[in-house]
Design a protein around this ligand. Structure first.
Ligand SMILES: O=C(O)CCC(=O)C(=O)O
Ligand SMILES: [Fe+2]
Length: 374
């Protein structure tokens, strides 16, 4: 299973693997210990199922270290006290959502201690006893707690250097006992705070669109959340693989908590731009459904995560995407945003229909949006 020491340019085309990829994937899945299990076993070379097509690295250049070409960091201090300040913040949020589709937020009112404990809780989950973790490993997406490595393991072209567990925390949170013992209290606390933050954020985004303040909350963009907790173990050959391949998020928006390691990048104007860790900040990105209902005004930004030598890296991606189990709510371009010059560009859909292609569209570099285009 272990690859020989090839350089990036010699990586075999994974489109047509010249090895029995299916059985290597199955063997990896059967360990139930994910990428962390490989690292714990002492692999010094990345197994070939993780090789990424070299294009993913080489097609575009990376710009980093230049503060003028980094996503904005927006300070929410004073939004309720100072009308001028609020207007200024709304403008910056709107501009970031229309261009990058990404911004970072500080002074979001979630205590730093909650953020720190949430990252610690995720780390505890992945670093707990192997036998406990194995028991929880599953590909059954109807479970309250889904822990595995690569949701799209059997359909993606290349496997990513990442393990994940996922819980749907709203609108119907699991009972405490159904959450992982390693982090159940903090998951409940973090989700509670996150839902409050989402309401504020959606008010600001509604204002940025020129809609009434409650618009996006009234149509339930912040009603449901799936919390994805990622663990990217240290990688012996980060130039051969990825933590997450390029993708857009198939939700309304995502709130991302990342640790100090870094590796998250957004694709903007044909370049990969680093999203550097900012202490105490939350990264927010616009998802496909917000792009759809704003008729392309807000952009669902393509992003990826590089594998790293310094890890493990921990992150928590909270996907706001209501109605996964609800079929009746229909979303299309918001009428108030349309005009003769700006006719609808998308057909209406239920969130469930949009997200039903989760496996194919989540983290493998494609988006379902074009399929909904008129
Ligand atoms: O871990 C990260 O920084 C990003 C994760 C991500 O993009 C996702 O879960 O969709
Ligand atoms: Fe993402």
């Amino acid at each position: 299973m272990v690859a020989t020491g090839t350089s990036r340019n010699e990586v075999p085309a994974t489109l047509k693997p010249d090895y029995d990829r299916a059985s290597e994937l199955k063997a990896f899945d059967d360990t139930k210990l994910g990428v962390k299990g490989l690292v714990d076993a002492g692999v010094t070379e990345v197994p070939r199922i993780f090789y990424q097509p070299p294009d993913d690295f080489d097609k575009t250049s990376v710009l980093s270290g230049d503060t003028h070409s980094s996503i904005p960091v927006i300070d929410l201090e004073g939004i309720d006290k100072d009308v001028t300040k609020r207007k200024e913040i709304v403008e910056r949020l709107g501009e970031a959502s229309e261009t990058w589709g990404f911004f970072q937020v500080v002074n979001h009112a979630i205590p730093v201690s909650v953020l720190e404990e949430m990252k610690e809780g995720v780390r505890r989950f992945f670093e707990q006893d192997d036998e406990v973790r194995k028991e929880l490993y599953t590909r059954d997406l109807t479970r309250k707690l889904v822990y595995n490595s690569n949701f799209d393991l059997y359909s993606a072209q290349a496997t990513c250097w990442r393990d994940t567990f996922l819980c749907i925390m709203a609108p119907d949170p699991p009972k405490s006992e159904d959450l992982p013992a390693a982090c159940r209290d903090i998951m409940e606390e973090y989700s509670k705070q996150l839902m409050k933050f989402a309401i504020i954020l959606l008010e600001l985004l509604s204002e940025a669109l020129g809609l009434k303040q409650n618009h996006l909350n009234e149509i339930d963009c912040g009603e449901g959340v799936a919390v994805l907790c990622h663990y990217y173990p240290a990688c012996p050959q980060p130039e051969l693989t990825m933590g997450a391949g390029m993708h857009t998020d198939n939700d309304f928006f995502t709130v991302l908590l990342q640790d100090h390691i870094g590796g998250l990048q957004v694709f903007y104007q044909d370049k990969w731009i680093d999203i550097p860790p900012v202490p105490g900040a939350l990264v927010v990105n616009i998802g496909d459904l917000l792009q759809l209902i704003t008729n392309d005004r807000f952009k669902s930004g393509g992003h990826r995560v590089l594998a790293n030598r310094a890890g493990p890296r921990v992150s928590v991606a909270s996907f706001f995407c209501t109605g996964l189990r609800e079929t009746s709510k229909v979303y299309g371009p918001i009428k108030e945003l349309l005009s003769e010059d700006n006719p609808p560009r998308y057909r209406e859909t239920t969130v469930r229909d949009y997200c039903s292609s989760f496996d194919e569209t989540d983290l493998d570099g494609t988006s379902a949006l074009p399929r909904f285009r008129l």
